[in-house]
Design a protein around this ligand. Sequence first.
Ligand SMILES: C=C1C[C@]23C[C@H]1CC[C@H]2[C@]1(C)CCC[C@@](C)(C(=O)O)[C@H]1[C@@H]3C(=O)O
Ligand SMILES: O=C(O)CCC(=O)C(=O)O
Ligand SMILES: [Fe+2]
Length: 383
Amino acid sequence: MTIPCMSKNQPSMPTKQKSQQENPLIFDAPMFLHRSHIPSQFIWPDHEKPRLNPPELHVPLVDLGGFLAGDPTSSARAAELVGQACLKHGFFLVANHGVDARLVADAHRYMDDFFEKPLEEKQRAQRKLGEHCGYASSFIGRFSSKLPWKETLSFEYSAERGSSHIVEDYFCNTLGQDSAHLGKVYQDYCSAMCTLSIGIMELLAMSLGIPRTHFKEFFEENESIMRLNYYPPCQKPDQTLGTGPHCDPTSLTILHQDNTGGLQVFVDEEWHSIRPNFNSFVVNIGDTFMALSNGRYKSCLHRAVVNSKCPRKSLAFFLCPKKDKVVCPPLELVDSNNPRIYPDFTWPTLLEFTQKHYRADMNTLQTFSNWLQQQQKTAQVIL
Ligand SMILES: C=C1C[C@]23C[C@H]1CC[C@H]2[C@]1(C)CCC[C@@](C)(C(=O)O)[C@H]1[C@@H]3C(=O)O
Ligand SMILES: O=C(O)CCC(=O)C(=O)O
Ligand SMILES: [Fe+2]
């Protein structure tokens, strides 16, 4: 399958994973802390460098208490707030969300357990080129420039019947039995995120004026991605980024950031910070939901900045539909005034596009749509 040359975002083509010794640039953050400069691969272009003290974005705080208790008035109010946020920038906060505070605290605490392990232990879960699960340190070998100042651990969560131990099994099989406690916490955490996501999907449907079970049923057996983001302190935080500007290609992101701060959203032509709030989750819609809403709601450009004082941690749960689900907006959202914007696709096709052919940024969905239609034309010519 020939891939038309992508923009500069095209990741370096998959090559044999270099061993630690062969790879001249290992992102073992403490190594860099005592150097006066950071490696050039981590220095971002001037127009993308973070600015000091950005304005704060006042993101709507949606209280889910009444909705979760089944109160119709509170549910309608919550749906209205969600809809207003999604028409503006696609970001909102949820409070009284029903997720156990101890579980959130453990999920953060256990991140330290993992990311403070010696590099060779973390590399037991080394992410392979072209795959989306595993441990990655700054994506060395995957991208050749604009490397993010972060380490990540990503793994799959499935709500399908019979997959209730998928996260625990991943930790045990990948990191060994002494990481079983990590697997248990993140299994429970992902299960709580799944429940919260399905509730938010009801509110999104209500806000779009379609049956409240529509998206709930679409995502019932979701096969989602959990990502732990660990941003080590950086001595030149004004020269690099923890996570580059992007829209999430996924459907819905439920993010919990620690009290350090660093999440920024691009609204009204300017980067805005989102103040940390340990008792709430940051929720944003992604490209796949933008396609499901036929473009009514926009997935929003965001990024993460780092600092020189302390590490920053965030937990991102990316809701994704079951592999065989076709991403196609409900008929209520398509008419002569609102023609289809994006082609039908399945999530695995978009995911593979971001893992093998295109570094997710602010144009992923449109670039993917163009690529998919080109592929389909090529296939028709061959047949
Ligand atoms: C499907 C995904 C790809 C990324 C992780 C999830 C959702 C967000 C994507 C990402 C964070 C967008 C910015 C670029 C990226 C490479 C990163 O910085 O991690 C993206 C993730 C990825 O491709 O691994
Ligand atoms: O760490 C953050 O605050 C944002 C991370 C993010 O956007 C992502 O992982 O997609
Ligand atoms: Fe993101």
